[in-house]
Design a protein around this ligand. Structure first.
Ligand code: PHE
Length: 341
């Protein structure tokens, strides 16, 4: 038995394998049910009691050597073949992988952009980190206006000319008015930031699409027409809009726009809280001070602007009742939009 063990130890030392299958064959030959090491363990039972200690030790040593060698061969084969050559089964069916879904905010943004592009609007983008002038100053916010307050705005730096995260994409409209040739007809989609506590109805990050049209003789009627057409495209042909007087520093007059509730068709339900109307955006005629601040002559040109939250539009379109769903990316929520794409 001693000889057999020694022979096997020698053999193990010189073992070589090229493929995983070779390694597996060696394992079976040595440690398998009928393997040579296993057989020696069976023979061990017949050994005289006084020799058991010595042979037991030798056998255990042999078994460890065999196991270690097999592991060593396995890892060297795996390392060298990279894509487990030799084990590659070209007939194996591929793993199925699930398609992802587009995020409801992207779907809604694309739809809004596509509607306004068809109306002849271009798409403009600008920086998320802005200065006070483009977010507030040029938009006719008086120096002490509460919207500049630390409560609402995330400031990045302080001092004379602080940097901040834009609270609306109206900043992009200012940049467009400074640079572009007239007439201007653009929409500005983008991410905006406000220092608000996160709840079902508010978040510190959300998305907007704002629009701007400046030309000679642009009137409030043009604004109403553009928004009524948008509402029909977005929510269905039978959608009506209504305008309520409102206030924004950068528009005069200003209005809040509601669309007729597309669930109860104006009869009144839970979603519209019995009113038959859902608020979707703010708008107005660009204040002459804003035009002037960007170097446009208000005597010659006029314009309208509007701004909407994408989350809000998506909530109304699909009756999402909690804003936080949009940010948590729970796949069960995201899969709801599989059929929408
Ligand atoms: N900038 C406004 C907001 O973020 C929306 C708006 C844009 C209102 C243009 C009127 C005109 O709330």
């Amino acid at each position: 038995m001693k000889e057999q063990i020694e022979e096997l130890l020698e053999e193990i030392k010189d073992l070589k394998a090229e493929t995983i299958q070779d390694v597996e064959n060696i394992r079976i030959r040595l440690l398998g049910k009928k393997g040579s090491v296993t057989r020696l363990f069976a023979d061990f039972r017949e050994i005289l009691p006084e020799q058991k200690k010595e042979f037991g030790k030798m056998l255990n040593h042999l078994k460890t050597e065999a196991a270690e060698k097999i592991e060593e061969l396995r890892s060297s084969v795996e390392e060298h073949s990279g894509d487990d050559k030799g084990n590659l089964d070209l007939t194996r069916p591929g793993d199925e992988f699930e398609l992802g879904t587009r995020h409801p905010i992207s779907i809604t943004r694309e739809e809004i952009i596509s509607i306004f592009t068809r109306f002849g609007y271009g798409v403009a983008e600008g920086p998320e980190i802005e200065d006070d002038w483009h977010v507030f100053g040029a938009l006719n916010f008086p120096p002490e206006h509460p919207a500049r307050d630390m409560q609402d705005t995330f400031f990045i730096s302080q001092g004379e000319d602080p940097l901040l995260l834009r609270t609306h994409t109206s900043s992009v409209q200012i940049r467009a008015m400074e640079k572009m040739k007239l007439p201007i007809r653009i929409i500005c989609p983008g991410r905006v930031f406000r220092n608000e506590a996160i709840s079902a109805r508010a978040h510190c990050i959300f998305h907007q699409v704002e629009g701007l049209y400046i030309d000679k003789n642009v009137t409030f009627a043009d604004l109403k027409q553009a928004l009524a057409s948008f509402a029909k495209e977005m929510f269905g042909d039978d959608t009506r809009i209504r305008m309520r007087p409102s206030y924004f520093p950068f528009t005069e007059p200003s209005a809040e726009v509601d669309v007729s509730c597309n669930l109860c068709h104006g009869k009144g339900c839970n979603v519209c809280k019995g009113t038959g109307w859902l608020e979707i955006l703010g708008c107005g005629m660009v204040d002459p001070n804003v035009l002037e601040a960007s170097g446009i002559d208000p005597k010659e040109y006029s314009g309208f602007a509007f701004g909407m939250g994408i989350e809000r539009i998506a909530m109304l379109k699909w009756q999402v009742n909690d804003l936080r769903h949009y940010f948590e990316n729970d796949v069960r929520f995201l899969r709801e939009f599989e059929k929408v794409i």
